[in-house]
Design a protein around this ligand. Sequence first.
Ligand SMILES: *Cc1c(COP(=O)(O)O)cnc(C)c1O
Length: 422
Amino acid sequence: MKKPFVTQEQLKEITKKYPTPFHIYDEKGIRENARKLKEAFAWNKGFKEYFAVKATPNPYILKVLKEEGCGADCSSMTELMLSEALGITGDDIMFSSNATPPEEFVKAKEVNAIINLDDFTHIDFLKRVAGIPETICCRYNPGGIFQISNGIMDNPGDAKYGFTKEQMIEGYKKLMTLGAKHFGIHSFLASNTVTNEYYPILAKILFELAVELHEKTGAHVKFINLSGGVGIPYKPDQPANDIMEIGEGVRKAFEEVLVPAGMGDVEIYTELGRFMLAPYGHLVATAVHEKHIYKEYIGLDACAVNLMRPAMYGSYHHITVMGKENAPCDHKYDVTGSLCENNDKFAIDRMLPKIDIGDFIVIHDTGAHGYSMGYNYNGKLRSAELLLKEDGSVQLIRRAEEPKDYFATFDFDDILKNMKYE
Ligand SMILES: *Cc1c(COP(=O)(O)O)cnc(C)c1O
């Protein structure tokens, strides 16, 4: 059973000051989980987690993670700016982008981020726009189909990312002639994996590649970046990943492949987003309408603008009707938002307790790729973000958008000069 990290009583207090909808994050949960990840990889001296900023690009969240020793994985200009503003620079930034605009390479080089090249042709591109740094990383795409014991995980052959094997070898050689001295390997082969096997299998592939690259090019492989992809159980009956077992699996592959090759000093990096934040965020909404036609509908004050995953991927997000945690789930509902889009449904045919107007609805696991995927369709405004601190107090960490924010990009002339804001 999934239990919210806030109580109905807390929500009653919080909503006196901050009306629904909002995203709320659990600082205690975030810190404990970050510490567990660190412990799972403590066997590796250089281990570092670079939090995937795109998952939850909020400076207060980044600050908490920074305090837990995490760096930042950035993929755009604004993510670089955000990290820099928090004093996260240099080796604490991994810049993993693709189809990269020139000014973003310039910015990444300026803050001395570790640049992770997505393509062979980006070597010349980077050389031209910003120069080749001494430490550099190349993203690997093995092609084909990525399979583990319980089936096919993903299809790298269809993915737009990374270098082929041959390009990795040629790329390393070329980068060495251009002055690069320390190298990284990065790969992201499957998303939201709910199995302890993903990282260990990926690690073995990358460790073997590291040995081959070292043998064929003489390059110094400094680190291997296992990237993101460790998932979370969105459904209540799914077992969670065991990060200790995952760390141990990676250690075994390390002992088996890298240590005998004399490469036992290679540093392991991760770039987790979902695993770091998803379970520690809720989207809190209020039931504002009920509708009885061919099906039963509950209309919320939140919509897909606040959480796009169900509309975009048909993702399951667990729902708790606050105050009715122990009531029988004997009503079948479609739980919807207010967009003029029929895919704006947080749940379809979901068995829930009877919902009454005014009930608080907690949508679980929205801490990563939740708020950050938001948009403004139908002129809907983005919600606030709140942080439930370790001492139980609640801090506003992003205010809700107001109409003036929605219209802000028309400020170059006076066409909306008669617009009145409340
Ligand atoms: C999105 C992304 C991540 C984080 O992925 P999660 O599934 O949230 O762990 C890490 N690295 C790169 C390059 C990404 O694009």
